[in-house]
Design a protein around this ligand. Structure first.
Ligand code: NAD
Length: 409
């Protein structure tokens, strides 16, 4: 299965339980618009290079479309379609007035200079500026994109359309960003962890976590869990992992990462591989890197009691079935990682109102949104006797389906 087929597998499983019927099922599964562009730039060397870029707009029945921009060498159209549809379900689970989109550029940013990255970002905006916008489609950071990239997007889009801070979220604080946005996905994961651990009667204090990915999502959730009394026993990034069964000292690991750019080589732990991190003996595993990391091949090696999906699409359907059979509870991406898009929504609201909220307000509203979403999903899971992933899709499909039909097809 490719990435899109995987997302659709989960979607169809829920849609069939709901008996929405084939025509509506097809309508909801199919993206509204798929934009593919060529992004050609002059490299610092004078050479001309062309990179493929995408913006997939999946659904807008509940509001403007929303979703991240990813810069990655293995990004392709199928991956963007899958991620765009996940955004539709995610914004619906969070009950935000948005649809879903996703996009990016197939490139390896580690091989580009800052100036090349800026030229690439601006050229991409030139190519998609007529299909994005504050009331159409609002990009945000994803893998290998950050507040600086968002600032270039805002600036380039504003050259065409006038001052438009609300065209993109995840911007720097100096340029209409929101307090609390940078840590929001990690903070949302923390709030979800608190809810689920309470439900399975596991105290946070002393609970052991393994985290794959130490970027925006992974590093913030590691810090927040550690501050909440949890024990982080293993982490990994693209270069490898580090583990310590007694618990890693997260503040000193942060200093190491700031100095070296990677978790590898951290001296107060033992080196380990990415696969070992996924198979760590712990209470909770948080995949927070890329998709498709938990597969048929390694699902039986997982030793965690719970998996809380920080990344988008980390679990393949085959792995999901194996984990369910083994009684491992999976909190799906479309519920667990709604923190980022939720605070992106708050940023957009602040931009439209020309206001700035204090961080306490952002975090309090985030916590309220997460608790409400978790409660609704958990209640559907209990009443229909289905896994949390199916329950989250049932909630989302119900909301998107009703909006679609009420607007008129
Ligand atoms: P990031 O670029 O900040 O960090 C990615 C991390 O994953 C890095 O530590 C990188 O080294 C690691 N990584 C990359 N390839 C890897 C590999 N093959 N094996 C192990 N580790 C690898 O990205 P991010 O924003 O933290 O996003 C991580 C995941 O979370 C993605 O799936 C993204 O779609 C999802 N997500 C992000 C947000 C957000 O607000 N940034 C919101 C929701 C979901």
């Amino acid at each position: 299965m490719n990435a899109f087929e995987e997302t659709n597998y989960y979607f169809r499983k829920a849609a069939r339980i709901m008996d929405v019927g084939t025509p509506i099922e097809t309508l909801l599964a199919t993206p509204l618009r798929e934009v593919k562009v060529q992004v050609s730039i002059e490299m610092d060397s004078g050479e001309i290079r062309t990179f493929p870029g995408y913006r997939i707009q999946h659904d807008n029945s509940r509001g403007p479309m929303k979703g991240g921009l990813r810069f990655h060498p293995r990004l392709d159209q199928a991956e963007c379609v899958s991620l765009a549809s996940l955004m539709t379900w995610k914004t619906a689970v969070a009950n935000l007035p948005y649809g879903g989109a996703k996009g990016g550029i197939t490139c390896d940013p580690s091989q580009l200079s800052l100036k090349e990255l800026e030229r690439l970002t601006r050229k991409y905006v030139d190519q998609v500026q007529d299909v994005i916008g504050p009331t159409r489609d609002i990009p945000a950071p994803d893998v290998n994109t950050n507040p600086q990239v968002m600032a270039w997007i805002m600036d380039q889009y504003s050259r065409f359309h006038g001052h438009s801070p609300a065209v993109v979220t995840g911007k720097p604080l100096e340029l209409y960003g929101s307090k609390g946005r940078e840590a929001a996905t990690g903070r949302g994961l923390l709030y979800i962890c608190r809810e689920i651990l309470r439900d399975v009667h596991l105290p946070m204090k002393g609970a052991r976590f393994a985290i794959q990915g130490f970027g925006n999502v992974g590093s913030h959730v590691a810090r927040l869990l550690w501050e909440d009394g949890a024990t982080v026993v293993a982490v990994a990034d693209v270069l490898g992992g580090v583990k310590n069964p007694q618990g890693l000292d997260i503040p000193s690991l942060f200093e190491h990462v700031q100095r070296t750019g990677t978790v590898t080589g951290y001296s107060s732990g033992q080196p380990c591989s990415n696969e070992e991190v996924l198979a760590t003996d712990c209470e909770v595993l948080i995949p927070a890197a890329l998709g498709h990391v938990l597969t048929r091949e390694n699902a039986n090696a997982v030793r965690a009691r719970l998996i809380i999906e920080g990344a988008n699409g980390p679990t393949t359907p085959e792995a999901d079935d194996l984990l369910e059979k083994r009684g491992i509870l999976v909190v799906p991406d479309i519920l667990a990682s709604i923190g980022g898009v939720t605070v992106s929504y708050f940023e957009w609201v602040q931009n439209l109102q020309h206001m700035a909220w204090e961080e306490e307000r952002v975090n309090a509203e985030l916590e309220r949104t997460i608790k409400e979403a978790y409660e609704r999903v958990a209640q559907i899971a209990r009443s229909r006797k289905v896994p949390l992933r199916t329950a989250a899709f049932i909630l989302a499909i119900g909301r998107v389906g009703k909006a679609t039909v009420m607007r008129g097809i």
